[in-house]
Design a protein around this ligand. Structure first.
Ligand code: BGO
Length: 264
């Protein structure tokens, strides 16, 4: 049975290097429908049943750039079986911002921490098992450049492909209450695994998502949280993500003593 993988990551995380290494001569290039953003697809050269779509490099699943809109549209409606989220391990904290959003989609996800060679040179240490437990998905170290850890990574992708996955919740208190209220009020046509992602987007007043699902959050629900936290809803969500990331990596990641320059 064929598996549709979406390859997602920040610009400069090594996504193209990984995509080229995985797909080799099987890749073909087109455009995403209606826009002039390049769409690259290919098959995993060791297992042609695994189809890989390379999403544009993005920092967020917000609606502010074409690349973000194209990426999240594919993640939501592209029949994606697995998200392969590639992260620049030498910029862990920043790259995990996108990961927290991907994990809300309710799609089986595998996180590949790239630049293993740089991590080792810097003498940084990452406890991949602990981080995997924290994020609730497999986390594997790779070097796309040196072709390290790729077979193990793809074995994991295959393993999670047909599993059930629940959206990860990183929120608490008033914010979580509001999200739960919004989730309950979503149209019943939205499938269970996607509802949490949509609830977060409606809380952020994401107008593209409002139009796509023809639904809006109750303004009072959002405003009550904004007033009590003295901030706008989008910033509240962003802050919650960074607070979560800081606590998630506290016991999993230690910076080494050496500085090594990277391009990202
Ligand atoms: C240049 N290890 C190391 N050390 N570098 C890696 C790895 C890895 O595992 N994986 C990727 N890179 P892209 P996006 C470059 O191009 O795949 C490097 O945007 C340079 N170029 O080789 O393009 C990769 O698709 C001059 O580096 O990323 C590339 O996600 C000097 O990370 C860069 C040094 O990879 C981005 C590096 C002219």
């Amino acid at each position: 049975m064929s598996i549709q993988v979406a390859l997602a990551g920040n610009p400069n995380c090594g996504k193209t290097t990984l995509f080229n290494g995985l797909t080799g001569a099987t890749q073909y290039v087109g455009n995403w429908p209606g826009v002039t953003v390049e769409k690259k697809e290919g098959k995993y050269k060791e297992d042609k049943d695994i189809k890989i779509t390379d999403l544009p490099g993005i920092y967020s699943l917000s609606p502010y750039t074409l690349e973000e809109v194209v990426s999240r549209e594919f993640l939501l409606n592209g029949n994606v079986d697995v998200v392969l989220n590639i992260i620049d391990g030498s910029n862990l904290e920043r790259n995990l911002f996108l990961t927290t959003q991907i994990l809300e989609l309710g799609i089986p996800t595998v996180v590949a921490i790239n630049m293993l060679d740089v991590i080792e040179k810097r003498k940084d240490t990452i406890d991949y098992k602990k981080l995997s437990k924290e994020l609730g998905c497999p986390v594997l170290p790779i070097s796309a450049l040196k072709n390290t850890g790729i077979k193990e990574l793809m074995a994991e992708v295959k393993k999670v492909a047909n599993t059930q996955c629940k959206a990860k919740n990183i929120y608490a208190g008033k914010v979580l209450n509001a999200l739960n209220t919004i989730e309950t009020s979503l149209p019943s046509s939205i499938e269970a695994s996607r509802r949490f992602f949509y609830a977060v987007k409606l809380f952020e007043r994401d107008d593209k998502i409002e139009a796509a699902i023809k639904s809006k959050a109750d303004a009072d629900v959002i405003e009550t949280v904004e007033k009590s936290m003295d901030d706008d809803s989008e910033s509240i969500i962003t802050d919650a993500r960074y607070t979560y990331i800081t606590s998630a990596i506290k016991d999993c990641y230690k910076k080494g003593s050496k500085e090594v320059l990277t391009t990202s």
